[in-house]
Ligand binder design. Structure first.
Ligand SMILES: Cc1cc2nc3c(=O)[nH]c(=O)nc-3n(C[C@H](O)[C@H](O)[C@H](O)COP(=O)(O)OP(=O)(O)OC[C@H]3O[C@@H](n4cnc5c(N)ncnc54)[C@H](O)[C@@H]3O)c2cc1C
Ligand code: SF4
Length: 488
């Protein structure tokens, strides 16, 4: 373990942020990572508590006590090897993971948890800076061809694992750049896209072929799903041309709010707004970009996507930003004896909230009010929850001024027409039907076709997508070769 008395001697040190005024001037990342000395002190706080709850709290089961100890002992290179043994892309999780591992840390029972995510961030950033992250091409090729549909974290993790197992892997994406929601969704200020470019370079050197701008199957003609496809390949063609196909197309259908006035100009899905800003930051010209400058913005939905709309609107120079949430305000602090080591429900303020935002809880939208076809306000009502039922509070109706409304109420599931094109059965929630069993997991009902990530589990997190991509890669490898040495 780190330092035997470390947890008694040292306080948790959180990563700091650039001041609000400075960070609102750009779309650059603003988190100031730990110094080597700070990371060492944080590593020393780990108690190596025998049963590492953090390890099972982490969806990819990062071997956290080991890398904490190695950082404490200044052996950063070995720490990087430990981290990479379970996580293909720690620079993504080290930036955007909500860190369920920290909720599960034993120190969190009666103290502040070890800053695991900040240590992970420090290890991988040092790894890249030192030139330790290099291609690991397979020693021998198998001649088996695998198509991966979708280049989000699930598709990328699977592709990297499969290429390292010696297969010829091609990754297709309907978008013009690789990365899935890491590229078009998550704002640059949370994760700059150079982190994706570096991994693409590494994976190309490991033999992965990337085919951006290629839609597999079909999208409905009126769909608002992000797509920059220049070419289409039919699903059955793909299945014929490859020995195995992994579907990792995400859960891209946004949840709508079909109340009166939904068709007014100025009411948009968050996913019409956020990818445009990613494109502008990448240097593309975007015709008629949705802008929040000088506008009263209302974001409906209190999750990550909503928070990203808040941060982006403030960078545009919105006159005001209000975020509405249907659920009541959670308690400021969790009841630790009740919730540990699980993920607790408590009030969370993101860095975007700190930048300026009024938050209203237990608020439902009844109507969008317009003038000359454009939205000008929302009619809302307060709600209370009784035995799981939502009841309106009489007399609590109000109007909120709005020139731009962004719907960020989550995603209902994958695009049905894409699964239908392959003939893949859907589960009760509309996701690709496949289990995660150690044997036979990730297989769909269609021969040689597998599914992973948000397309299989529904809207989730980057870390879960990486886990599913890694496990699905093992399932595909086993299917092609009869056996696999890839880790699950
Ligand atoms: C705005 C936003 C912010 C988020 N912030 C966070 C966060 O801070 N932390 C976190 O952990 N998670 C966050 N998430 C969730 C996280 O991004 C997703 O859970 C994760 O990216 C899912 O990975 P995936 O690989 O399964 O799919 P995705 O990342 O959705 O990638 C799927 C890819 O498949 C492509 N595709 C789909 N169908 C086809 C087809 N037929 N042909 C070709 N290509 C196709 C799509 O174009 C897309 O690029 C956020 C999500 C959103 C929307
Ligand atoms: S990937 Fe997420 S849960 Fe796992 S160790 Fe890193 S921050 Fe924690």
């Amino acid at each position: 373990m780190g330092k035997v008395t470390g947890f008694l001697e040292f306080e948790r040190i959180d990563e700091k942020y650039e001041p609000v005024a400075a960070r609102l001037r750009s779309y650059n990342e603003f988190v100031i990572g730990l110094t080597a000395e700070q990371a060492k002190i944080q590593g020393a706080r780990c108690m190596d508590c025998g049963t590492p709850f953090c390890n099972s709290g982490c969806p990819i089961n990062n071997i956290i006590p080991d890398f904490n100890d190695l950082v404490y002992r200044n052996d950063w290179r070995a720490a990087l090897d430990v981290l990479h043994s379970t996580n293909n892309f720690p620079e993504y999780t080290g930036r955007v993971c909500p860190a369920p591992c920290e909720a599960a840390c034993t120190l969190n029972v009666n103290d502040d948890p070890v800053g695991i995510k900040s240590i992970e961030h420090a290890i991988i950033d040092r790894g890249w800076a030192e030139g330790w992250v290099v291609p690991q091409p397979a020693a021998r090729r198998t001649g088996q061809r695998v198509a991966v549909v979708g280049s989000g974290p699930a598709g990328l993790a699977a592709a990297q694992q499969l290429a390292r197992a010696g297969h010829d892997v091609t990754v297709f994406d309907k978008n013009d750049r690789i990365g899935g929601l890491l590229r078009y969704g998550i704002p640059d200020f949370k994760m700059e896209k150079t982190h994706i470019e570096r991994r693409i370079e590494q994976m190309e050197a490991e033999g992965v072929t990337f085919r951006p701008g290629v839609l597999i199957g079909a999208l409905p003609a009126t769909s608002k799903i992000t797509s920059f496809a220049r070419e289409t390949i039919a699903a059955d063609d793909l299945v014929k041309r490859f020995d195995a196909v992994l579907l990792a197309g995400g859960a891209e259908v946004s949840r709508d709010l079909p109340v009166p006035g939904r068709d007014l100009d100025g009411v948009h899905f968050a996913m019409e707004f956020l990818p445009q800003q990613n494109k502008v930051v990448a240097g593309d010209s975007v015709k008629k970009q949705l802008r929040a400058d000088g506008k009263h913005v209302v974001v409906i939905g209190g999750g990550d996507t909503g928070s990203d709309c808040v941060g982006t609107s403030n960078r545009h120079g919105a006159a005001s930003v209000t975020q509405l949430e249907l659920l009541p305000m959670p308690p400021e602090h969790e009841d630790k004896p009740l919730t540990w080591p699980y993920w607790p429900i408590k009030l969370r303020a993101s860095s975007s909230h700190e930048e300026g935002c009024e938050r209203a809880f237990a608020t439902a939208t009844k109507e969008f009010v317009g003038s000359k076809g454009r939205v000008r306000a929302l009619k809302t009502v307060n709600v209370q929850w009784v035995n799981g039922k939502m009841l309106e509070v009489p007399g609590s109706e109000r109007e909120i001024k709005a020139d731009l409304v962004l719907l960020a109420m989550g995603f209902v599931g994958p695009v049905p027409s894409i699964l239908d094109a392959f003939g893949v059965e859907r589960d009760a929630r509309g996701n690709a039907k496949a289990t995660t069993d150690a044997t036979g997991g990730y297989r769909t009902n269609v021969a040689n076709v597998f599914a992973a990530g948000d397309m299989r589990r529904g809207q989730s997190l980057v870390v879960w997508a990486i886990r599913e991509g890694r496990q699905a890669a093992r399932a595909v490898d086993e299917h092609l070769m009869g056996t696999s040495t890839l880790p699950r």
